[in-house]
Design a protein around this ligand. Structure first.
Ligand SMILES: Nc1ncnc2c1ncn2[C@@H]1O[C@H](COP(=O)(O)OP(=O)(O)OP(=O)(O)O)[C@@H](O)[C@H]1O
Ligand SMILES: [Mg+2]
Length: 463
């Protein structure tokens, strides 16, 4: 096959006299008669269907290469752009939906925790514990979805690779199960923590898992995929291995080309692997098809292990039960009724006085004139949101800012993350672990009392 064939536009090679020597398959579209009939004739020879002017003429040692525009290519590009912009809006939609799901889950988890703290028959306790666990698991899935829907290009944080791979696998597990594909994680101990854009890097492995699944499903009813990770001296190597049709030798490089896809049903954009390669290059890594004797494909990702400045967080020691706050005035601003009630009940009793608000505006006018010990607020809600509430109070009641605990169901978007870095508030994720909430409130009250700022206006009630 001539090199002219690999040019992605209609192309004709002519000799020094302007006689057509060869053309690629795409060039056939320029003629209504077989290309072969044009060979050996001058390119500007008068015919029934004259050629359009070339969009570029590239001089060669023995003639020139003429490139022509390809209407169908432009159309295809338009379709790809349309598809990509749809993906981007799907990402935004995911964020909205996950926000809703998280609010609902926060309620479920909260009520389950209340009930679990009460005396229960063993069977009821077991069932309830399962509800609690399943709700937490659903929350993790939702959180993962949100991570993947965002591509925070440029944002690098230490990412534990074992956790990242496990999360990707968890996200695909159901999809695989539905297609009777066994998904196996084979992770060596002590995988590194890398400075990475977690959302993007996760996208790489999700894409590879999706390709493996689609490959298998295109040829058989069941299959097996292994994600195998190990470290060499300087690199992390992750293999995604499947027992599908494999990738024929001549395609091993081409599959990384933009828009190269073998999915004839129009389901693929052919951008998956192109994106993977881009993302990995951005991280100093690479991806290629590894050779293997067994049938199927093995996609090999390798990433440099670079020592990073901030050490990964150590796994948390189990903490003792949280100390309660007593006789405090707590303001709760939350638009989700079930979550509002869960938070309220968490603090009620012990002489605490809990004041709740659905709307930020009402909370603002209350807080403008009242002393309070702790403010628990969500971040995103209609009307005056948590960030605006905080910023308005920064002007009028700066001392209150240290009393804030933010509760968020969002895997912090860029804007929110920047706000929280600036703010001095504590941040808790939904669904809430009520113990954490109590602990955060206790820390605020304790610090205030150490600094002689304790307010505690609520009358210590008898019960
Ligand atoms: N594990 C695999 N087994 C067999 N073929 C594969 C595998 N991974 C990739 N390929 C081939 O590489 C092509 C390009 O993959 P890529 O992920 O870039 O695009 P796609 O999967 O076709 O489309 P998209 O990712 O946009 O849905 C696929 O169409 C397929 O032919
Ligand atoms: Mg793909």
């Amino acid at each position: 096959m001539s090199w002219v064939e690999s040019i992605p536009l209609p192309a004709l090679r002519v000799d020094a006299a302007g006689v057509v020597v060869e053309g690629n398959r795409l060039a056939q579209k320029l003629f209504d008669r077989p290309l072969a009939e044009r060979l050996g004739r001058r390119v500007d020879a008068a015919t029934d269907a004259p050629l359009p002017p070339p969009i570029a003429t590239i001089p060669l040692a023995d003639g020139a290469l003429l490139l022509y525009s390809d209407a169908s290519l432009v159309e295809r590009l338009q379709q790809q752009v349309y598809h990509l912009s749809r993906l981007a809006s799907a990402g935004r939609l995911v964020a909205v939906v996950v926000h809703e799901i998280n609010n609902a889950l926060a309620g479920i988890v909260g009520y389950a925790q209340f009930l679990l703290a009460q005396p229960l028959a063993p069977e009821a306790r077991r069932d309830l514990a399962r509800i609690h666990e399943e709700a937490l698991r659903t929350a993790r899935v939702a959180q993962n979805l949100l991570r993947f829907s965002r591509s925070g290009r440029g944002e690098r944080r230490p990412a534990r690779m074992d956790e990242l791979l496990a999360r990707c696998a968890e996200l695909k597990r159901r999809d695989f199960a539905l297609r009777s594909i066994k998904l196996e994680l084979d992770l060596a101990a002590g995988l590194p923590t890398l400075e990475a854009d977690e959302a993007l890097l996760s996208q790489v492995f999700i894409n590879l898992l999706t390709n493996a699944q689609q490959g298998i499903s295109s040829v058989k009813e069941r299959g097996h995929v292994v994600v195998r990770a190990r470290t060499t001296r300087r690199r992390l190597v992750v293999d995604v291995i499947d027992d599908g049709p494999g990738i024929p030798e001549p395609l091993r490089e081409r599959i990384f080309d933009p828009f190269f896809t073998s999915r004839s049903d129009g389901s693929g954009t052919g951008l998956g692997l192109t994106l993977c390669r881009e993302i990995l290059h951005d991280h100093g890594g690479e991806i290629r098809v590894a050779r293997r004797r067994a049938p199927g494909a093995c996609m090999r990702v390798s990433l440099p292990i670079v020592a990073h400045a901030s050490a990964p967080a150590e796994p948390q020691e189990p903490q003792p039960p949280a100390a309660r706050i007593e006789g405090c005035r707590v303001v709760v601003v939350e638009d989700e009724p079930s979550l509002r009630e869960v938070i309220t009940r968490t603090f009620s009793g012990h002489g605490n006085h809990v004041i709740t608000f659905e709307h930020g505006e009402d909370a603002l006018s209350y807080l403008a004139g009242e002393q309070v010990d702790v403010v628990v607020s969500d971040i995103h809600r209609p009307g005056l949101d948590g960030m605006q509430l905080y910023e308005q109070l920064a002007r009028t009641r700066p001392a209150l800012l240290r009393r804030f605990i933010f509760v968020t169901g969002d895997a912090l978007g860029e804007e929110t993350a920047a706000f929280l870095r600036r703010s001095r508030a504590q941040v808790l994720r939904k669904p809430l672990e009520l113990d954490q909430l109590v602990r955060a409130a206790h820390a605020i009250v304790q610090r205030a009392s150490e600094q002689g700022e304790l307010f505690k206006s609520a009358p210590a009630s008898g019960g």
